[in-house]
Ligand binder design. Structure first.
Ligand code: UGA
Length: 437
């Protein structure tokens, strides 16, 4: 199958490489010349485990090429739209200008029978609007909404072996001609038993936003329990272990800490609320406002705890922040709670040093006023307090006995509840977790 992938960011670059891995002939298209030149040299423009190796492997086969000109899509039958849908500036809704621009520049290159497959996360109703654009330009092409559920840090394996495929087609019928074509595209994972659900456009769009809203709700639920545990002197990690054993609840996504961030969960719940309002169904999602509020409260709480740890004042205190990415195994700092906390501490008079194994250059672009240090040993030297805010393995496995000799005062705030509190205390540290006594 000849495939084009439009938009080569976190989603599209991985999707293009994985489609080539599945045996298809793929062209990745992006307006960003630098990104395309990196990808053409088999270099990943961002950190994603396994991606660079995969790019090298598939480019050697000749099945994966990249281009900046949309005309490169002409020879393809299936066109995946993978561009970003960020939050609008100053508003909760999603900015669809990249999707609209991608479709507008793609339609002149479509042939009868082609499939345009939207993977970007969009507000419900977008597919029906885009179907009209398509119907005018190339009435014999089909629009499918095929949401993507990959997690950064696991993007390659999530794309090659997803939990499920969702095909949103006009009318929602299995007999729609697009279904057989997409089945060919995903032949390998489908043959190994990956479930595939066919539904109409609005349901497929909603599946994605509903899934991310549920995940965000789960995290805010446990963070709300952390607030209660703090008030009652209980331990939220043991509470999560105990309720998570019930498989109706499940232990995954019940890690209390500094809350969720990244380029998806925060903006997706806000765009979902905005869209519900437009549809006159805002009441159905008012709970997401609380989910968002609980999440943002975590950041304030950590700043307060850091102040408490530093005996009531942050002024002039040297604080080392371990982690800048919004989660480990990623260099993505979009809406990273770790960085937002680091910036708050600095604003309140602390002298902050941030370290991270992969995200420092992205972090420095976002918050140039913070001090960055790539080596952990240098970052923690003479610190008045350490804050573990992104749970990279190398921070989880820090040795409290070794570390105590470098810092100025042995105080640690474990923003992800991943350290063994007893061990750190036994080594002489003042340890604070979130929602733990
Ligand atoms: C999320 C979804 O998990 C994917 O299924 C979805 O495809 C993706 O958004 C998207 O819409 O593109 P991702 O943003 O990569 O994926 O990150 P997650 O693994 O969901 O983590 C989100 C945030 O929640 C991180 O900041 C993480 O640290 C935090 N988190 C996660 C917690 O605070 N506690 C937990 O128990 C789990």
């Amino acid at each position: 199958m000849r495939i084009s992938v439009i938009g080569c960011g976190y989603l599209g670059a991985v999707h293009a490489a994985c489609m080539a891995k599945l045996g298809h002939e793929v062209v990745g298209i992006d307006v960003d010349k630098d990104k395309i030149s990196e990808l053409s040299s088999a270099r990943a423009p961002f950190f994603e485990p396994g991606l660079e190796e995969l790019l090298k492997e598939v480019q050697e086969t000749g099945r994966l090429t990249f281009a900046t000109d949309m005309a490169a899509a002409t020879r393809s039958t299936v066109h995946f739209v993978c561009v970003g849908t960020p939050q609008k500036k100053g508003e909760n809704g999603a900015d669809l200008s990249f999707v609209d621009a991608a479709i507008a520049s793609l339609v002149p290159h479509l042939a009868p029978g082609d499939l345009v497959v939207g993977k970007s996360t969009v507000p419900v109703g977008t597919a029906s609007r885009l179907s009209e654009v398509l119907a005018e330009a190339q009435p014999e092409a089909h629009l499918v909404w095929n949401p993507e559920f990959l997690r950064e840090g696991h993007a390659v394996s999530d794309t090659l072996n997803p939990d499920r495929f969702v095909y949103g087609v006009a009318g929602g019928s299995e007999d729609h001609p697009a279904v057989a074509i997409l089945d060919d595209v995903y032949g390998t994972p489908l043959s190994s038993g990956t479930p595939r659900l066919v539904m109409d456009h609005p349901t497929a769009e909603l599946v994605k936003t509903a899934a991310n809203s549920f995940l965000a709700t789960k995290i805010s639920f446990i963070n709300a329990m952390a607030e209660l545990c703090e008030a009652a002197g209980a331990d939220v990690t043991r509470l999560a272990d105990a309720i998570g054993i019930d498989d109706r609840i499940g232990r995954k996504f019940l890690n209390a800490g500094i809350g969720f961030g990244g380029g998806c969960l925060p903006k997706d719940i806000r765009a979902f609320m905005a869209r519900a309002g437009e549809l006159g169904a805002d009441q159905a999602l008012t709970f997401l406002r609380e989910v968002d509020a609980i999440n943002m409260r975590r950041r304030t709480r950590v700043v307060e705890l850091a102040r408490e740890l530093c005996q009531g004042s942050l002024l002039g205190k040297r604080i080392s922040v371990l982690g800048a990415a919004f989660k480990p195994a990623s260099d993505d700092v979009r809406d990273s709670p770790a960085l937002s906390i680091a910036a708050q501490l600095q604003l309140q008079g602390a002298v902050v040093t941030v370290t991270d194994p992969k995200a420092l250059s992205n972090a420095a672009k976002r918050f140039p006023e913070l001090h960055y240090e790539s080596e952990t040993s240098k970052a923690v030297a003479k610190a008045d307090a350490l804050l573990l805010l992104t749970e990279w393995d190398e921070y989880r496995s820090l040795d409290p006995y070794e570390l105590i000799t470098s810092v100025s005062a042995p105080r640690i705030l474990d923003g992800r509840n991943v350290l063994d509190a007893a061990k750190w205390r036994a080594a002489g540290w003042q340890y604070r977790g979130l929602g733990r006594p």
